[in-house]
Design a protein around this ligand. Structure first.
Ligand code: AMP
Ligand code: MG
Length: 394
């Protein structure tokens, strides 16, 4: 048995970053930035008012001071003149601060009569001016790799960058295998069940920025497997589900080997999980997951998602565990790391985590109830409530 970390390192060695492409900002959400974004302007481009009020000179900033309003600066339409001593310009949020003015007095802090304003008795310290370039300057750059979300899109848009360079979306082909499987919606025969985890893994891959291609279910025959695999042509990665153990009907490894994959099987010191199969076929990585739905989804979380992140060029593709306080005791763990289905609830400092009572790896209902995996290291001793443990969010 090899530790989870070693298996992860081995599958990651199969998955390198894909080529880059330019996409419009509107299409960039969820993609991974692959080249720096350089600001094409300075923001704000000019000193701008942060409030509605009056722009005045510094020396006029005195309680009770009476000033003459000589013009108006609005957003998108500045005041061309200069504010002199004894003068003020009406100003609105986002408008350029006129020449001569050193601060903005809030409109609530003055009384106005005709073209005259009188400053109040209690004046504020704040100048209410956004300095030119206080957000970013022309030429400032944002480096990749970095997942692009709504906040990055706002920043790049403000930088006047309409197009960004990102990694190509990995196309992942999913192959469910088994004579017992039918598609959701079909009527299962007497000894059949509905295939569940191909769709789940496809959804996980898509949520991680990949493009999923769900292949038709292959029967447990060489011909069927070979045909289904031919439909993966053009994919960047193949994920097989089931048929990878040592049973008489577990033909996936054999068929892949026949197609020329140098393959590896590892017994992983992990629960739930079976031997994991991995290799390269025609230059692309292949990951063989166990068929058991809970095992497939947990192995997908721990091995497939990091491979997808690596293909997108992300720097730290491995799962990042969080820390939580144990809410309920757990027994000592055996020789395999145990990823226990658990409930994480917000706590005062750290969140609190409790393992669900039923941990049978065939229970999808329990997996769907869980929102975290409580990680029990190999050979861990029994743990009491209050102890700090690692978890992976689901
Ligand atoms: P296998 O690895 O093919 O021996 O499958 C292990 C268990 O997982 C068996 O009980 C299969 O019926 C089940 N199984 C395999 N593939 C799927 C799938 N795509 N959806 C749901 N169950 C599956
Ligand atoms: Mg099978």
């Amino acid at each position: 048995m090899i530790p989870v970390a070693e298996a992860l390192a081995r599958v990651l060695a199969l998955a390198g970053p894909l080529a880059t492409e330019a996409v419009a900002l509107r299409q960039a959400a969820g993609r991974v930035l692959a080249a720096p974004v350089i600001a094409r302007l300075t923001q704000p481009p000019f000193a701008a008012s942060a409030m509605d009020g009056y722009a005045i000179r510094e020396e006029d900033h005195l309680p009770g001071r009476v000033l003459e309003v000589i013009g108006e600066a609005a957003a998108g339409r500045g005041f061309g003149g200069t504010v002199g001593t004894g003068e003020a310009a009406r100003i609105f949020t986002g408008a350029p601060v006129p020449a001569g003015a050193g601060r903005v007095i809030l409109q609530e802090d003055v009384t106005r009569e005709g073209a005259r304003i009188t400053l109040g008795d209690r004046l504020e310290e704040g100048r209410h001016i956004r300095a030119a370039g206080q957000d970013f300057a022309l030429g400032d750059s944002i480096a990749g790799p970095r997942r692009i979300g709504p906040r990055e899109i706002a920043l790049f848009a403000a930088m006047n960058v309409p197009e960004v360079t990102v990694r190509r979306r990995p196309v992942v082909a999913f192959l469910s295998t088994g004579d017992e499987l039918v598609m959701p919606g079909e009527a299962p025969g007497p000894d059949q069940i509905v295939a569940s985890n191909g769709l789940a893994l496809a959804a996980m891959a898509e949520a991680e920025g990949a493009e999923a291609r769900v292949l038709p279910i292959a029967r447990d025959s060489e011909a069927s497997l070979r045909f289904a695999l031919s439909l993966a042509e053009g994919a960047d990665m193949i994920v097989t589900i089931g048929g990878a153990s040592v049973g008489d009907h577990d033909l996936v490894g054999q068929v892949l080997a026949g197609l020329g994959m140098e393959q590896a099987f590892w017994k992983i010191a992990m629960r739930p999980g079976k031997p994991l199969m991995a290799g390269r076929l025609g230059g692309i990585p292949v990951l063989g997951l166990p068929g058991n739905p809970v095992s497939a989804i947990i192995c997908g979380t721990i091995f497939m998602l990091p491979m997808i992140r690596a293909m997108q060029g992300l720097a730290d593709p491995a799962p990042a565990p969080g820390r939580a306080i144990l809410g309920e005791a757990v027994a000592a763990n055996g020789p395999r790391a145990h990823y226990m289905r658990a409930i994480l609830t917000p706590g005062e400092e750290l969140a609190e985590i409790r393992a669900l009572p039923r941990q049978d790896s065939a229970l999808l209902s329990i997996l769907a109830t869980a929102n975290a995996l409580l990680i029990r290291p190999v050979g861990d001793v029994a743990r009491a409530p209050g102890e700090v443990v690692d978890y992976l969010p689901l």
